[in-house]
Design a protein around this ligand. Structure first.
Ligand code: GLN
Length: 199
């Protein structure tokens, strides 16, 4: 199994470390040819499998960082459409913080969520708590850094899976998982394990 980690900007190295600890090979996506190589090296036996053409043994991480910068680079580098299509075709994806913003409406738009950026204000936006994530369990560490939250879930295909102070901070839609917090910055690997289990 291989995971592509979007490595244009932001907190991608920490995701690579978690995945490697869990035995998943990681590939940094910095340009279109990295993505093309990642996708075309999928195991032939898995190509054409039930979930579609592009996702055999493949996972994707959209890390935190600055969503405006990431969006601009995705478009400039020609990565926006191929990545959007792979997610739409069912490639399991975990988007954290800015990565959650990228999955939302107005960005890649593959998740039926509307997100408020910097929702906690620039000063108060960074804090740590623990909470329950549906399908994962209790006491999940949640580190928020200038975090967004989900203002609205727009369809029944998408389920909120965690709330903090009455705001939705994680959601799941099929093979897509989005968190407003940074699971890669804590030692709890359950969210990454959930991602791996989707493959
Ligand atoms: N505030 C950032 C944005 O809007 C997200 C912060 C993060 O990813 N830690 O893109």
């Amino acid at each position: 199994m291989k995971a592509a980690v979007l490595a244009l900007q932001g907190a991608f190295i920490e995701h690579e470390q978690v995945l490697q600890r869990l035995g998943v090979e990681t590939v940094e996506i910095r340009q279109l040819k990295d993505w093309q190589k990642f996708v075309s090296s999928a195991s032939p036996s898995l190509l054409g499998g039930v979930r579609g053409r592009l996702d055999g043994g493949r996972l994707l991480i959209l890390p935190g960082g600055e969503s405006t910068v990431q969006l601009r680079l995705l478009k400039e580098l020609g990565l926006f459409e191929p990545i959007r299509q792979a997610i739409a075709d069912g490639m399991p994806v975990l988007g954290t913080c800015a990565g959650m913003i990228l999955l939302s409406q107005g960005y890649l738009g593959t998740m039926d969520i509307r997100v408020r950026r910097n929702a906690y204000g620039r000063q108060l936006g960074s804090f740590h708590t623990t909470g329950t994530v549906e399908g994962i369990g209790d006491d999940v560490p949640m580190t928020f850094i200038r975090a967004p939250y989900i203002e609205e879930v727009l369809s029944a295909d998408c389920q909120p899976i965690a709330e903090v102070d009455g705001h939705i901070v994680a959601a799941r839609q099929g093979n897509q998982i989005a968190t407003a917090f940074h699971p890669e910055l804590d030692s709890d690997t359950r969210l990454h394990q959930l991602l791996i289990s989707l493959q």
